[in-house]
Write a protein that binds this ligand. Sequence first.
Ligand SMILES: *Cc1c(COP(=O)(O)O)cnc(C)c1O
Length: 248
Amino acid sequence: MSSPHQTLLNRILTDNLKNVVDTIESTCLRCDRDPSEIKLIAVTKYAPLEAVRELNRIGLRVYGENRPQQLVERAETLVKDSGWSPSEWHLIGQLQRNKVRAVLPHVGLIHSIDSVKLLSHVDRVAEENGASPAVLLQVNTSGEESKSGFTPEKLLEDWEQITAFDNVRLRGLMTMAPFTEETTRVRKTFSELRRILADLNATGQLPSMTELSMGMSSDYQIAIEEGATMIRLGSTLFEGTSELSTDT
Ligand SMILES: *Cc1c(COP(=O)(O)O)cnc(C)c1O
């Protein structure tokens, strides 16, 4: 039985999701891409838990959290729900080395590997646990000091070391655009990431990496035009649900 409250929550989320899916489709049409190449990650960091549950009921299966602690808590809580369909959790925010052990069993993809030191630690913990986590390398293509990630130069410099680890599976790259209205700068941040991925793949040192995680609520259309394979959407998906929420 669903309460009027749940019905309303369902309606809001269904509408938000429909808007996003329509936008993905029209953007793909415009730039001649196949919408099935684009994985939608629902970023739940500000979303009430009940909204995450409802979105799962509606059919979304991939969630992104930016704090390791909250990812672990939510993954553990929701997996015990009788109505919860199995889903994948992605870590999209900064990972401290002392959180790696806790987060590893719950995470389907780490988007935020920003140094060889962190990668090496993830690799070591993975080896101890017999795990082989999928990871993306975060690259600071905007040049903003506030953003973490490898600089493009550092990434090339470290590339030999990066490809030497046996337990992590490198799947691609991630970036964040600057907060600006200047779409030219945003676009450049994304096209730069695509170029770097092509350059790295051209070294032939690994089976090719395919993922480009780029694009958030305000800029995912540009990201899709520039080749995104994963978009990370929070506010546009959950808009209107916090006001409604009865939990915290
Ligand atoms: C919060 C966050 C997002 C989603 O941002 P919205 O603007 O709410 O869509 C995407 N990626 C990262 C790394 C984030 O921290």
